[in-house]
Design a protein around this ligand. Sequence first.
Ligand code: HEC
Length: 126
Amino acid sequence: MKLSSLFPLMLIMLLSACDGSGTPSSRTPPPPAPAEFSEGENLFNKTCAGCHGPGAQGTDRGPTFISKIYEPSHHGDSAFHLAVKRGVQKHHWNFGNMPKISGVSKNEVDQIIGYIRWIQRENGIS
Ligand code: HEC
């Protein structure tokens, strides 16, 4: 086959890989979590995804957790508990401050962390 006959195919692949907007919300939705993390997934979607995005992919209001910055050795579980309890002063990014999140128990935060760590492992971050 001649290389030139492949060109239209390559163009289609390029176009479908990127819709041009470049915003995190244009990424493909994450796969559903396995049953053991589904409670954490629900809690995350209810309380964190508004800023950290579905599947922790980030939004224009908060960072993704699929990043080396948030791997367990850099941001251990206690960093997550503290962030929820006290909020976070803007320091790594330019999204602004994270407000403290009320109405989630320590146990619920543990479930959320479990879900986030699962996503991180799925993406090769551990
Ligand atoms: C209103 C938006 C918003 C919501 C809701 C939110 N966050 Fe955040 N979060 C942020 C922003 C913005 C940052 C980044 C601050 C920085 O480092 O500049 C952040 C950072 C963090 C960090 C990193 C803290 C650190 O030490 O650097 C953790 C952990 C975190 N969020 C966990 C959560 C969890 C868990 C939830 C849900 C219970 C949640 N966030 C809900 C906006 C939000």
